[in-house]
Design a protein around this ligand. Structure first.
Ligand SMILES: [Mg+2]
Length: 198
């Protein structure tokens, strides 16, 4: 079995970020935004202009509830197991203001699991980070990041599309046949498949 360098996205892969934002936003502002509408820009749905919505969402990143979001114990167990055979790197595009909290979250929930926390996605591209760290596998929920990684030399066989989300239902032709994992048990299986492939 090969020991792999694995780049793992944070939001909606390692932790369920969007469901938190949607539920916290609805509770605070009396709206009924659904997860399916989370990427919708409509002012009506959010009962706010774009600027106000972004301001409100920003406030929601400063709450204790946001900091409390964590992987489940089953998910943590899979990550622990993977880290004993492979080198795991958190690769996130979280904003600068969230870096410190993200580090604290990882120290609290997954100590020793990650070889590095890489915030290169904040200003650059994830494909670029994957190239820099020599990633064999990218696990992400964003189609855009895979298209980027594809252009930088990764192949579809090195990609794991995480989750079955409204924003990653449609697969572009360039990514047809990409492996999709709906949870971390499926990720474990996929990673060992890749590690054991010729
Ligand atoms: Mg994500």
């Amino acid at each position: 079995m090969r020991s792999l360098v694995i780049a793992i996205d944070c939001d909606d892969v390692l932790v369920a970020t969007t469901p938190y934002f949607i539920s916290a936003y609805n509770n605070a502002f009396g709206t009924k935004v659904s997860v399916a509408q989370s990427r919708d820009e409509s002012e009506e749905i959010w009962a706010a202009s774009r600027d106000l919505r972004l301001e409100r969402l920003d406030e929601l990143t400063k709450t204790d509830e946001y900091f409390k979001i964590a992987p489940t114990s089953e998910e943590s167990a899979v990550l622990q197991e993977l880290s004993s055979d492979h080198s795991l790197h958190l690769v996130t595009a979280r904003r600068r203001e969230e870096h410190e909290r993200t580090k604290r979250m990882i120290d609290r929930d997954l100590p020793g699991v990650f070889t590095s926390l890489d915030f290169g996605g904040t200003d650059g591209s994830k494909g670029e980070v994957c190239q820099r760290i020599g990633a064999d596998v990218l696990i992400d929920d964003s189609i855009y990041n895979f298209e980027d990684a594809l252009q930088r030399g990764m192949t579809k066989a090195d990609m794991i599309l995480f989750g079955d989300y409204p924003w990653n239902t449609d697969i572009p032709e360039s990514l047809e046949g990409i492996r999709r994992c709906r949870d971390w048990d499926e990720v474990r299986e996929a990673v060992y498949d890749i590690a054991n492939a010729e």
